[in-house]
Design a protein around this ligand. Structure first.
Ligand code: CUA
Length: 340
């Protein structure tokens, strides 16, 4: 190969590499990682992207050069010179990709193994998914149950995940990992948050009509702020247990069944907006033309019987008809006693 040809190939290749590198770097393809695990996933992405850019540049250079240099002239319809393969070239273009693919496999396997590792010092959080809500409980703090995932920065958190009904999938884009929640088995995922902030939790498995609404938030806090939040929640729970609003078992049923994720209800301190505000139940019952207690009971076990104006049917799970009677009664009592 003449030196001029090589120089032109290299020039075209560098130009192609520059354009693709700019596309890779300046388009925000991935969210900024907020966990150590996301960092490792990003590393795999960039490793593969680097290899892809190099190969694209090489192929683009050879193709562009050949298209220009060997194009057919208007008066030339002769055949090209006969060529009978090139063993060296074939060995090279087989061996190099084999090495690259193996490297990608090894780097991915290492990242996967590291992300699956549960450090000795970690906090456990139980995740329960159901149509169409998330709830998170902290065994370390007497089973404190909330609808928003809160974590102190820098500490590994192991999520042990269960589904009550169908397959859901837990995903926080900034944490990188996705994990299915499958009825009947326990799945888990480890998150070591490294950036303060509030990130969306998304269900990424089509799980029914309310799938698009099955969202929550993951909040990464400073350790001191997290400790203060835990204390505040424990005080709230203790207060609710003694308070006039039925407290104890009713509040527990409210939180454990994910009601707080979708409904605003002052006595429970919840602020969800997916379903109607539960602070105005007597007015809702009047509109439905039913006595309050019967209305509340029916709305839990047969949510589609009456749909509040501005809301859609089939969003609230119809699984609550299987709640144990004691829990159901406590829940109804809790909801009635909190009314003005
Ligand atoms: Cu749960 Cu989609």
């Amino acid at each position: 190969m003449r030196r001029g040809v090589l120089a032109r190939l290299v020039a075209v290749g560098l130009a192609a590499a520059a354009v693709t590198t700019a596309v890779a770097l300046f388009v925000p393809w991935l969210p900024t990682p907020a966990s150590k695990q996301a960092d490792r996933i990003d590393f795999v992405f960039w490793f593969v992207t680097g290899i892809s850019i190099a190969i694209f540049a090489l192929v683009a250079a050879v193709i562009l050069y050949s298209v220009v240099r060997f194009r057919a002239r208007p008066d030339d319809d002769s055949d090209g010179a006969p060529i009978h393969g090139n063993t060296t070239l074939e060995i090279v273009w087989t061996a190099v990709p084999a090495v690259l693919v193996t490297a990608v496999a090894v780097v991915s396997a290492v990242a996967l193994a590291q992300n699956g590792h549960v450090p000795k010092k970690h906090m456990r959080v139980n995740v329960l998914a159901q149509q169409f809500a998330w709830s998170f409980s902290y065994p370390k703090y007497q089973g404190l149950t909330v609808s928003q995932l809160r974590m102190p920065i820098g500490e590994a958190v192991q999520l042990k995940m269960h589904s009550k009904d169908v397959i859901h999938s837990f995903w926080v884009p900034e944490f990188g990992q996705k994990q299915d929640l499958v009825p009947g088995i326990e799945t888990n995922v480890v998150i070591t948050p490294k950036r303060l902030g509030t990130y969306p939790i998304v269900c990424t498995e089509l799980c029914g009509e309310g799938h698009a609404l099955m969202r929550s938030e993951a909040v990464v806090m400073k350790p001191a702020a997290f400790a203060a939040w835990v204390k505040e929640q424990e005080t709230l729970a203790a207060k609710a247990a003694q308070g006039p609003a039925g407290g104890g078992p009713g509040l527990a049923a409210f939180n454990n069944n994910g009601c707080s994720a979708c409904h605003t209800y002052k006595p429970a301190g919840s602020t969800g907006t997916t379903g109607p505000d539960l602070d105005n139940l007597p007015a809702d019952a009047r509109r439905a033309g039913k006595p309050l207690v019967a209305f509340v009971h029916e709305s839990i076990v047969d949510p589609n019987a009456y749909i509040e104006k501005g809301y859609q049917p089939n969003i609230m799970p119809s699984t609550f008809k299987s709640l144990p009677k004691a829990q159901l009664d406590a829940l109804v009592k809790f909801l009635i006693q909190g009314q003005k």
